[in-house]
Design a protein around this ligand. Structure first.
Ligand code: MRU
Length: 370
Protein backbone atom coordinates (compact mmCIF):
# COMPACT_ATOMS: atom_id res chain seq x y z
CA UNK A 1 0.00 0.00 0.00
CA UNK A 2 1.04 3.62 -0.29
CA UNK A 3 2.93 5.63 2.32
CA UNK A 4 3.04 9.29 1.35
CA UNK A 5 2.56 8.42 -2.30
CA UNK A 6 5.17 5.62 -2.45
CA UNK A 7 4.22 1.96 -2.64
CA UNK A 8 5.57 -0.25 0.13
CA UNK A 9 5.27 -3.85 1.11
CA UNK A 10 6.02 -4.84 4.71
CA UNK A 11 8.96 -7.07 3.72
CA UNK A 12 11.25 -7.06 0.69
CA UNK A 13 14.68 -8.09 -0.58
CA UNK A 14 17.14 -5.19 -0.30
CA UNK A 15 17.89 -3.70 -3.68
CA UNK A 16 21.16 -5.05 -5.06
CA UNK A 17 21.77 -7.16 -1.92
CA UNK A 18 20.10 -10.53 -2.08
CA UNK A 19 21.51 -11.57 1.29
CA UNK A 20 19.61 -8.84 3.16
CA UNK A 21 15.89 -8.71 3.79
CA UNK A 22 14.27 -5.46 4.86
CA UNK A 23 11.19 -4.92 6.98
CA UNK A 24 9.27 -1.93 8.30
CA UNK A 25 10.03 -1.65 12.03
CA UNK A 26 6.48 -1.73 13.40
CA UNK A 27 7.67 -1.10 16.96
CA UNK A 28 8.36 2.48 15.92
CA UNK A 29 5.03 3.20 14.20
CA UNK A 30 3.13 5.48 14.10
CA UNK A 31 5.79 7.96 15.17
CA UNK A 32 8.66 6.80 12.93
CA UNK A 33 8.67 4.99 9.60
CA UNK A 34 11.94 3.08 9.41
CA UNK A 35 13.26 0.03 7.57
CA UNK A 36 15.46 -2.52 9.34
CA UNK A 37 17.91 -5.03 7.80
CA UNK A 38 17.64 -8.74 8.62
CA UNK A 39 20.74 -10.80 7.76
CA UNK A 40 20.85 -13.78 10.11
CA UNK A 41 18.42 -16.35 11.48
CA UNK A 42 18.88 -14.65 14.85
CA UNK A 43 17.73 -11.34 13.34
CA UNK A 44 14.64 -13.03 11.95
CA UNK A 45 13.68 -14.77 15.17
CA UNK A 46 14.15 -11.55 17.16
CA UNK A 47 12.11 -9.57 14.62
CA UNK A 48 9.18 -11.98 15.01
CA UNK A 49 9.46 -12.50 18.77
CA UNK A 50 9.91 -8.83 19.64
CA UNK A 51 7.21 -7.82 17.15
CA UNK A 52 9.17 -5.66 14.74
CA UNK A 53 6.95 -7.65 12.40
CA UNK A 54 3.64 -9.12 13.50
CA UNK A 55 0.30 -10.25 12.16
CA UNK A 56 -0.36 -13.71 10.79
CA UNK A 57 0.53 -13.23 7.12
CA UNK A 58 3.64 -11.16 7.76
CA UNK A 59 4.90 -13.58 10.41
CA UNK A 60 4.56 -16.32 7.76
CA UNK A 61 6.32 -14.29 5.05
CA UNK A 62 9.12 -13.35 7.47
CA UNK A 63 9.61 -16.98 8.44
CA UNK A 64 9.73 -17.85 4.73
CA UNK A 65 12.56 -15.37 4.13
CA UNK A 66 14.18 -16.48 7.40
CA UNK A 67 14.46 -20.00 6.02
CA UNK A 68 16.03 -18.62 2.83
CA UNK A 69 18.63 -16.81 4.93
CA UNK A 70 19.18 -20.03 6.91
CA UNK A 71 19.93 -21.83 3.63
CA UNK A 72 22.23 -19.01 2.52
CA UNK A 73 24.20 -18.85 5.77
CA UNK A 74 24.36 -22.58 6.59
CA UNK A 75 27.92 -23.72 7.44
CA UNK A 76 29.84 -25.93 5.00
CA UNK A 77 29.04 -29.56 5.60
CA UNK A 78 26.20 -28.81 8.03
CA UNK A 79 23.44 -27.66 5.72
CA UNK A 80 20.68 -30.07 6.75
CA UNK A 81 21.19 -29.81 10.49
CA UNK A 82 21.46 -26.00 10.35
CA UNK A 83 18.26 -25.80 8.38
CA UNK A 84 16.44 -28.07 10.84
CA UNK A 85 17.74 -26.11 13.81
CA UNK A 86 16.74 -22.79 12.19
CA UNK A 87 13.26 -24.13 11.45
CA UNK A 88 12.82 -24.98 15.14
CA UNK A 89 14.14 -21.57 16.26
CA UNK A 90 11.73 -19.73 13.95
CA UNK A 91 8.74 -21.92 14.83
CA UNK A 92 9.30 -21.30 18.54
CA UNK A 93 9.08 -17.50 18.26
CA UNK A 94 5.29 -17.13 18.49
CA UNK A 95 2.74 -19.91 18.99
CA UNK A 96 -0.68 -18.73 17.83
CA UNK A 97 -0.45 -17.66 14.17
CA UNK A 98 -0.60 -20.82 12.05
CA UNK A 99 1.12 -19.08 9.12
CA UNK A 100 4.45 -19.38 10.95
CA UNK A 101 4.77 -23.19 10.97
CA UNK A 102 2.98 -23.33 7.63
CA UNK A 103 5.66 -21.17 5.95
CA UNK A 104 8.58 -22.97 7.62
CA UNK A 105 7.21 -26.40 6.65
CA UNK A 106 6.56 -25.24 3.09
CA UNK A 107 10.18 -24.13 2.86
CA UNK A 108 11.53 -27.40 4.32
CA UNK A 109 9.52 -29.42 1.82
CA UNK A 110 10.55 -27.24 -1.13
CA UNK A 111 14.25 -27.13 -0.18
CA UNK A 112 14.28 -30.90 0.18
CA UNK A 113 13.60 -31.07 -3.57
CA UNK A 114 17.02 -29.57 -4.44
CA UNK A 115 19.99 -31.87 -4.97
CA UNK A 116 22.92 -29.52 -4.31
CA UNK A 117 23.35 -26.74 -1.75
CA UNK A 118 23.33 -24.06 -4.42
CA UNK A 119 20.18 -25.53 -5.94
CA UNK A 120 18.55 -25.57 -2.49
CA UNK A 121 19.42 -21.89 -1.96
CA UNK A 122 17.80 -20.96 -5.27
CA UNK A 123 14.68 -22.94 -4.30
CA UNK A 124 14.56 -21.33 -0.84
CA UNK A 125 14.78 -17.84 -2.36
CA UNK A 126 12.05 -18.55 -4.88
CA UNK A 127 9.79 -20.14 -2.24
CA UNK A 128 10.19 -17.15 0.11
CA UNK A 129 9.26 -14.78 -2.73
CA UNK A 130 6.32 -17.02 -3.70
CA UNK A 131 5.00 -17.03 -0.12
CA UNK A 132 5.17 -13.23 0.01
CA UNK A 133 3.64 -12.74 -3.44
CA UNK A 134 0.84 -15.21 -2.72
CA UNK A 135 0.06 -13.52 0.57
CA UNK A 136 -0.33 -10.17 -1.19
CA UNK A 137 -2.38 -11.62 -4.05
CA UNK A 138 -4.69 -13.64 -1.76
CA UNK A 139 -5.36 -10.55 0.35
CA UNK A 140 -6.08 -8.51 -2.77
CA UNK A 141 -8.57 -11.15 -3.94
CA UNK A 142 -10.34 -11.51 -0.60
CA UNK A 143 -10.63 -7.73 -0.58
CA UNK A 144 -12.65 -7.91 -3.79
CA UNK A 145 -14.99 -10.53 -2.29
CA UNK A 146 -15.40 -8.52 0.90
CA UNK A 147 -16.06 -5.35 -1.06
CA UNK A 148 -19.29 -6.87 -2.40
CA UNK A 149 -20.60 -7.22 1.18
CA UNK A 150 -19.83 -3.57 1.96
CA UNK A 151 -21.36 -2.51 -1.34
CA UNK A 152 -24.59 -4.35 -0.52
CA UNK A 153 -24.84 -2.70 2.92
CA UNK A 154 -24.12 0.73 1.42
CA UNK A 155 -27.23 0.40 -0.80
CA UNK A 156 -29.36 0.73 2.33
CA UNK A 157 -27.45 3.65 3.82
CA UNK A 158 -28.94 6.49 1.75
CA UNK A 159 -25.55 7.97 0.97
CA UNK A 160 -24.32 7.67 4.58
CA UNK A 161 -21.03 5.82 5.12
CA UNK A 162 -20.96 2.13 6.03
CA UNK A 163 -19.71 1.96 9.62
CA UNK A 164 -17.23 -0.87 10.08
CA UNK A 165 -15.70 -1.86 13.40
CA UNK A 166 -12.34 -3.62 13.44
CA UNK A 167 -10.12 -4.94 16.21
CA UNK A 168 -6.31 -4.98 16.37
CA UNK A 169 -4.42 -4.65 13.11
CA UNK A 170 -5.33 -7.05 10.35
CA UNK A 171 -4.25 -4.40 7.88
CA UNK A 172 -1.51 -4.42 5.28
CA UNK A 173 1.02 -4.13 8.09
CA UNK A 174 -0.10 -7.55 9.34
CA UNK A 175 0.47 -9.08 5.89
CA UNK A 176 2.71 -8.40 2.93
CA UNK A 177 0.20 -6.00 1.38
CA UNK A 178 -3.53 -5.06 1.45
CA UNK A 179 -4.32 -6.80 4.76
CA UNK A 180 -7.18 -9.18 5.50
CA UNK A 181 -9.78 -7.21 7.49
CA UNK A 182 -8.76 -3.98 5.77
CA UNK A 183 -8.59 -5.32 2.21
CA UNK A 184 -12.39 -5.09 1.68
CA UNK A 185 -12.32 -1.63 3.28
CA UNK A 186 -9.58 -0.36 0.94
CA UNK A 187 -11.30 -1.96 -2.07
CA UNK A 188 -14.63 -0.33 -1.15
CA UNK A 189 -13.01 3.04 -0.46
CA UNK A 190 -11.09 2.91 -3.76
CA UNK A 191 -14.35 2.08 -5.58
CA UNK A 192 -15.94 5.23 -4.19
CA UNK A 193 -18.13 3.52 -1.59
CA UNK A 194 -18.38 5.65 1.56
CA UNK A 195 -16.89 3.88 4.58
CA UNK A 196 -16.08 4.90 8.12
CA UNK A 197 -14.04 2.68 10.44
CA UNK A 198 -14.26 2.36 14.22
CA UNK A 199 -10.73 1.38 15.26
CA UNK A 200 -10.42 -0.48 18.58
CA UNK A 201 -7.25 0.70 20.30
CA UNK A 202 -6.46 -2.96 21.21
CA UNK A 203 -4.70 -3.04 24.53
CA UNK A 204 -2.12 -3.90 25.62
CA UNK A 205 0.08 -3.27 22.56
CA UNK A 206 -2.41 -0.93 20.92
CA UNK A 207 -2.03 -2.24 17.37
CA UNK A 208 -5.33 -0.52 16.51
CA UNK A 209 -4.21 2.88 17.78
CA UNK A 210 -0.69 2.75 16.43
CA UNK A 211 -0.99 0.66 13.26
CA UNK A 212 -4.57 0.45 11.94
CA UNK A 213 -5.23 4.15 12.52
CA UNK A 214 -1.91 4.96 10.84
CA UNK A 215 -2.57 2.90 7.73
CA UNK A 216 -6.16 4.03 7.32
CA UNK A 217 -5.00 7.62 7.66
CA UNK A 218 -2.25 7.15 5.06
CA UNK A 219 -4.85 5.75 2.65
CA UNK A 220 -7.34 8.51 3.35
CA UNK A 221 -10.00 6.27 4.91
CA UNK A 222 -12.29 8.05 7.39
CA UNK A 223 -11.92 6.54 10.88
CA UNK A 224 -12.16 7.16 14.62
CA UNK A 225 -10.13 5.55 17.36
CA UNK A 226 -12.21 4.09 20.21
CA UNK A 227 -11.35 2.41 23.48
CA UNK A 228 -11.72 -1.34 23.43
CA UNK A 229 -14.82 -1.26 25.58
CA UNK A 230 -16.81 1.13 23.36
CA UNK A 231 -17.91 -1.39 20.71
CA UNK A 232 -20.94 -2.76 22.59
CA UNK A 233 -22.29 0.73 23.20
CA UNK A 234 -21.89 1.70 19.54
CA UNK A 235 -23.63 -1.47 18.41
CA UNK A 236 -26.57 -0.90 20.78
CA UNK A 237 -27.06 2.51 19.17
CA UNK A 238 -27.01 1.36 15.55
CA UNK A 239 -23.61 2.93 14.93
CA UNK A 240 -21.96 -0.23 13.58
CA UNK A 241 -23.15 -1.82 10.31
CA UNK A 242 -20.65 -4.65 10.32
CA UNK A 243 -17.58 -5.96 12.09
CA UNK A 244 -14.60 -7.24 10.11
CA UNK A 245 -11.64 -8.77 11.90
CA UNK A 246 -8.66 -10.87 10.88
CA UNK A 247 -7.49 -14.13 12.39
CA UNK A 248 -4.26 -15.75 13.43
CA UNK A 249 -5.57 -19.31 13.16
CA UNK A 250 -8.94 -20.64 12.01
CA UNK A 251 -9.85 -24.27 12.52
CA UNK A 252 -11.51 -26.74 10.16
CA UNK A 253 -14.88 -26.10 11.83
CA UNK A 254 -14.50 -22.30 11.62
CA UNK A 255 -13.42 -21.36 15.15
CA UNK A 256 -11.35 -18.20 14.96
CA UNK A 257 -8.33 -17.19 17.07
CA UNK A 258 -7.71 -13.47 16.95
CA UNK A 259 -6.32 -10.72 19.16
CA UNK A 260 -7.58 -10.79 22.74
CA UNK A 261 -10.95 -9.07 23.00
CA UNK A 262 -12.28 -10.28 19.64
CA UNK A 263 -14.62 -12.79 21.33
CA UNK A 264 -16.29 -10.02 23.34
CA UNK A 265 -16.89 -8.05 20.13
CA UNK A 266 -18.45 -11.12 18.55
CA UNK A 267 -20.79 -11.58 21.54
CA UNK A 268 -21.87 -7.95 21.40
CA UNK A 269 -22.38 -8.22 17.63
CA UNK A 270 -24.58 -11.30 18.05
CA UNK A 271 -26.65 -9.62 20.74
CA UNK A 272 -27.22 -6.60 18.51
CA UNK A 273 -27.76 -8.35 15.17
CA UNK A 274 -24.59 -6.86 13.71
CA UNK A 275 -22.91 -9.14 11.12
CA UNK A 276 -19.47 -10.33 12.22
CA UNK A 277 -17.08 -11.19 9.38
CA UNK A 278 -13.63 -12.75 9.55
CA UNK A 279 -11.25 -12.23 6.62
CA UNK A 280 -8.36 -14.59 5.99
CA UNK A 281 -6.07 -15.98 3.31
CA UNK A 282 -6.09 -19.79 3.27
CA UNK A 283 -2.58 -19.91 4.81
CA UNK A 284 -4.27 -19.08 8.15
CA UNK A 285 -6.46 -22.20 8.19
CA UNK A 286 -5.34 -24.98 10.45
CA UNK A 287 -7.11 -27.89 8.83
CA UNK A 288 -5.81 -30.30 11.49
CA UNK A 289 -7.62 -28.59 14.36
CA UNK A 290 -11.35 -28.60 14.99
CA UNK A 291 -12.22 -27.22 18.42
CA UNK A 292 -10.44 -23.88 18.58
CA UNK A 293 -11.17 -23.16 22.24
CA UNK A 294 -9.64 -26.46 23.29
CA UNK A 295 -6.86 -26.79 20.77
CA UNK A 296 -5.43 -23.43 19.65
CA UNK A 297 -2.30 -22.46 21.60
CA UNK A 298 -2.77 -19.01 23.14
CA UNK A 299 0.36 -16.91 23.47
CA UNK A 300 1.07 -15.41 26.88
CA UNK A 301 3.35 -12.42 26.63
CA UNK A 302 5.36 -10.38 29.11
CA UNK A 303 3.32 -8.71 31.90
CA UNK A 304 5.28 -5.54 31.18
CA UNK A 305 3.13 -4.94 28.08
CA UNK A 306 0.06 -4.63 30.34
CA UNK A 307 1.70 -2.73 33.17
CA UNK A 308 3.35 -0.09 30.99
CA UNK A 309 2.26 2.03 28.06
CA UNK A 310 4.51 3.60 25.43
CA UNK A 311 3.73 6.90 23.73
CA UNK A 312 4.99 10.19 22.39
CA UNK A 313 5.23 13.15 24.73
CA UNK A 314 4.44 16.71 23.70
CA UNK A 315 8.16 17.43 23.33
CA UNK A 316 8.43 14.61 20.77
CA UNK A 317 10.26 11.97 22.80
CA UNK A 318 9.01 8.38 23.05
CA UNK A 319 8.46 7.33 26.65
CA UNK A 320 7.20 4.36 28.59
CA UNK A 321 5.07 4.94 31.69
CA UNK A 322 3.87 2.62 34.46
CA UNK A 323 0.05 2.37 34.71
CA UNK A 324 -0.44 0.37 37.90
CA UNK A 325 1.05 0.19 41.40
CA UNK A 326 4.71 -0.90 41.40
CA UNK A 327 3.84 -4.17 43.14
CA UNK A 328 0.92 -5.17 40.90
CA UNK A 329 1.63 -8.06 38.58
CA UNK A 330 -0.36 -8.71 35.39
CA UNK A 331 -1.34 -11.55 33.07
CA UNK A 332 -1.06 -10.98 29.34
CA UNK A 333 -3.04 -13.39 27.14
CA UNK A 334 -2.44 -12.39 23.54
CA UNK A 335 -5.41 -14.01 21.79
CA UNK A 336 -8.86 -15.47 22.33
CA UNK A 337 -11.04 -17.81 20.31
CA UNK A 338 -14.39 -16.84 18.82
CA UNK A 339 -16.52 -19.96 18.26
CA UNK A 340 -17.79 -20.46 14.69
CA UNK A 341 -21.42 -19.97 15.80
CA UNK A 342 -20.70 -16.26 16.36
CA UNK A 343 -19.12 -15.73 12.93
CA UNK A 344 -21.48 -14.60 10.13
CA UNK A 345 -19.16 -15.56 7.24
CA UNK A 346 -15.52 -16.11 6.42
CA UNK A 347 -14.06 -14.00 3.59
CA UNK A 348 -11.27 -15.87 1.79
CA UNK A 349 -9.34 -15.53 -1.47
CA UNK A 350 -11.62 -18.04 -3.17
CA UNK A 351 -14.85 -16.45 -1.97
CA UNK A 352 -17.16 -16.12 1.01
CA UNK A 353 -18.27 -19.14 3.03
CA UNK A 354 -20.03 -20.19 6.22
CA UNK A 355 -17.82 -20.60 9.26
CA UNK A 356 -18.48 -24.35 9.38
CA UNK A 357 -16.70 -27.47 8.20
CA UNK A 358 -19.14 -27.79 5.27
CA UNK A 359 -18.69 -24.14 4.26
CA UNK A 360 -14.91 -24.27 4.47
CA UNK A 361 -14.67 -27.62 2.66
CA UNK A 362 -16.88 -26.26 -0.11
CA UNK A 363 -14.27 -23.59 -0.84
CA UNK A 364 -11.23 -25.71 0.01
CA UNK A 365 -12.19 -29.30 -0.85
CA UNK A 366 -8.51 -30.33 -0.79
CA UNK A 367 -8.68 -29.81 2.99
CA UNK A 368 -5.07 -28.74 3.22
CA UNK A 369 -2.96 -25.64 2.60
CA UNK A 370 0.43 -27.35 2.34
O1 MRU B 1 0.08 -9.99 18.19
P1 MRU B 1 -0.07 -9.60 16.76
O2 MRU B 1 -0.04 -8.15 16.51
O3 MRU B 1 0.85 -10.38 15.85
O4 MRU B 1 -1.52 -10.09 16.48
C1 MRU B 1 -1.98 -10.32 15.24
C2 MRU B 1 -3.05 -9.39 14.96
O5 MRU B 1 -2.79 -8.27 14.61
C3 MRU B 1 -4.42 -9.77 15.08
O6 MRU B 1 -4.77 -10.78 15.88
C4 MRU B 1 -5.05 -9.70 13.73
O7 MRU B 1 -6.33 -9.30 13.90
C5 MRU B 1 -4.97 -10.96 12.95
S1 MRU B 1 -3.45 -11.18 12.20
C6 MRU B 1 -3.87 -10.96 10.59
Amino acid sequence: MNVDGKHFRTIWVKEGEKSTIQIIDQQKLPHKFEAVDLKTVKDFSAAIKDMYVRGAGLIGATAGYGMYIAALTAPDGGFDSYLKESAEILKATRPTASNLAWAVNRQLKAIDGGSTVSEKIVIAYQTACDIADEDAEFCRRLGEHGKSIIEEISKHKNGEPVNILTHCNAGWLAFVDYGSATAPIYAAHDAGIKVHVWVDETRPRNQGASLTAWELGKHGVDHHLIVDNAGGHLMQHGMVDMVIVGTDRTTRQGDVANKIGTYLKALAAKDNGVPFYVALPSSTFDFKMRDGVKEIPIEERDAREVRYMVGKTDDGSIEEVLLCPEITDAKNYGFDVTPARLVTKLICERGICDASEEGIMDLFPEGTNT
